[in-house]
Design a binder for this molecule. Sequence first.
Ligand code: 3HC
Ligand code: NAI
Length: 697
Amino acid sequence: MGNLVNLTLDDGIAVVRVDNPPVNALSHAVRAGLRDGLRAALNNPQTSAVVIFCAGRSFFSGADIREFGQRPQAPFLPDLISEIEAAPVPVIAAMHGNALGGGLEVALGAHYRVAVKGTRFGLPEVSLGLLPGAGGTQRLPRLFPAADAARLITGGKPVETHAALSLGLIDRIGSSNDACAEGVAFARELIAAGKEPRRVGSLPCNQLEPAELEAITAETAKAARGATAPLACLEAVKAAMTLPFGEGLKKERALFQDLMASDESKALIHAFFAERQVGKLPEAESVEPRAIRRVGVVGGGTMGAGIAVSALLSGLDVTLAERDEAAAAKAAASVGQMLGNAVDRGKLAGTQREAILAASFRTTTCFEDFAPADLVIEAVFESMDVKKDVFTRLDQVCRPGAILASNTSYLDLNAIAAMTSRPQDVIGLHFFSPAHVMRLLEVVVGAETAPDAVASGFALAKRLKKVAVRAGVCDGFIGNRILSHYSKAVYGMVLAGASPYAVDRALTGFGLAMGPFAVGDLAGLDIGWANRKRLARYRDPHELYPEFADRLCELGRFGRKSGRGFYIYEDGAGRARPDPEVEEIIAAERAAKGITPRSIGEKDIISRYMAAMVNEAARVVGDGIALRPLDVDVTLLNGYGFPRWRGGPMHYADTIGLDQILQDISRFHEEDPIFWQPAPLLERLAAEGRTFASLNT
Ligand code: 3HC
Ligand code: NAI
């Protein structure tokens, strides 16, 4: 049975207890132990029921993802689950924490299921580019209403205990927190009532109406944005509805193996581990984060209000300072409104909103009110003078040891820190808009930032349920620096002949949530305009500078907020419509610059976009702004809408080959030798035949 699984028998009830911290992944050793434990229990004539239970914080959280890509070793999970299902006495899965993926599939193989409150049940395989490959797609629709089963499998989102009970996934919610005791008590009742094993595989499969199937197929294809696993999941569910159980299992297996071999699953598994590795920082390993309970926010505009809401929703106390009473009232109204939206979306009870606003949130115009704060986050205008003034004043009023953070998008954090007597306490906390929704937080580390301040930034991100990436100081840090560069490539393509709409179409076809021009319209074209003006004095005079974006801003076309940008937004629903006037402005600029427009196909648009992104990302890693290539991937995946199923730009570059990226760059270099210069790191790795992943240690 090995040392991860232990078996006890008490009064006819065998308990197979698995203990494989931290999440009870179903590794080879666990599978073998579970099989041996089950067999030993069933070989004992005194066993009347078997309870499967996991120690620690959770029931099984799925297959051991670290074993993927290695040669599979028996016992294989589907066989083990069939063996559980075939047991001649009732088998009960007793669950707590998470029952995910292969873990939920084990529970579906059991004959009865009990769980304590707060357990989450899900089949998240699709988010790893896979489908439930151990019978989940065949058993769930036999237990669950078919549409709910299809959505749970294609969407990968878990359900909570009460939903699981009402959907028929579990038989009982235990009244205590002790899952094992609940499982044993349930087993006793089953024995007393003379209950037999109840095998899900023997149940008829629930069916989807054709209209339901059509609707679910359409919504799955739309949400997939080019990924293949979600539709393969649906294919497997359809097999459950049309084939006998055994045949359905075979079909599921075949689909699973195809997905396991796909680039998509490799990319998504890379993203899974990258998001966990990104928080491992050599500098912060041996320090404790500072305690953060009271947060100050300076500026209650777009970002400040969102940051305040994010902190409030995580149970922190927030004091927000604005310039004057009117601005403070406006900020308070937006915070109230955003919390109201959280109530509408069911994330917060109405009474909780009232309680938060009454007890945990206040506005002020007086920086002295920051005296008790553990952390103050500045989110005022993107102006060095304004920020310097704010930090000078914060230095005067904040207590020693308080962390002073800036949400600046581009500005020099070291220059900001120099305004204080405590640069070791100054850090960048670069949130993304909307700050209470977007998962990314760049933690910007200045030349003198103390390691425990960095650790505190990461701890804060965890509390806010965000993913933090460590960034060094440069113009735009990791994400915006790369964004500025590939935006130039995008503008260059348009000047050369592509229409902005064709560029957006090609890139959404690649899997981006939105094309760069639609994103610009959403964020406000004035942001990029202000930034280009700020950087104008550093521009190479020989550089070909596209002016059409500036022209649009001069015409007051700032994007969605002004009804026009690259697109027109006039139909009330905010739908974007291409605008011939924009094409005319671009055509006029081409004519003035003597450029004969040429056609740039979809493939070429993607190559240019990706080559520019990867090249600048390689510089960002080479310059030490990002610790590793994986930090870039996590940044672009969580803050810039890069398709997760492509793993991030560095992973994508490894997939298509660094040589290929270099060849593309040298081809583009002939057209524009100033912009297209290969990054030294990219050249070095390609010459050594290495990948970006080789730097991810
Ligand atoms: N296999 C291997 N390692 C795993 C793992 C898994 N299934 N799940 C988590 N881990 C590791 C993490 O990498 C992390 O390792 P680290 O400490 O060295 O970085 C550690 O366990 C703790 O994980 P988290 O930091 O994510 O812990 P949380 O408590 O925040 O979250 C969780 C727990 C919700 C279980 C989350 O880890 C998770 O979502 N795991 C993946 C679940 C999943 O996708 N299961 C399906 C697997 S595929 C499958 O089952 C195929 C089957 O159908 C055949
Ligand atoms: P905004 O213009 O919406 O809000 C700025 C707020 O700061 C205003 O409400 C203003 O009244 C207030 N303010 C200005 N000076 C102040 C002072 N001395 N004391 C108190 N309040 C003051 O700007 P936005 O978009 O919220 O940006 C704020 C910062 O966040 C900028 O540094 C910006 O670069 C950064 N940022 C912006 C993002 C965005 O998408 N808007 C994304 C990430 C960062």
